[in-house]
Ligand binder design. Structure first.
Ligand code: ZN
Length: 88
């Protein structure tokens, strides 16, 4: 399966650069800007299934309370990582 890395995400969409057609494709983010892998149908590969990874490197275009929410998410994840590190 083709795997893409999302370049940015906001509360409506995320976007990634497609190597097949060398342009950006946009998919709905459903207001979710957390890190994850999305299974989507490609817009240009005969609807073949692809994976789009939203990672800490994906830019967040967020403002106001959404930006705050994301900051809280990042902070809580850091705390989680810390506690798993001490556990092992
Ligand atoms: Zn494409």
């Amino acid at each position: 399966m083709m795997k893409y890395h999302a370049e940015w995400v906001d509360t409506c969409q995320f976007a990634f650069l497609c190597w097949e057609c060398d342009s950006y494709h946009y998919h709905g983010s459903n207001g979710d800007f957390t890190d994850r892998t999305e299974l989507r149908h490609s817009h240009c590969l005969d609807c073949k299934q692809i994976e789009v990874v939203i990672s800490p490197l994906t830019k967040r275009y967020l403002f106001g309370k959404d930006k705050k929410k994301y900051q809280q998410y990042v902070n809580s994840r850091k705390v989680q990582e810390k506690s798993t590190q001490t556990a092992t």
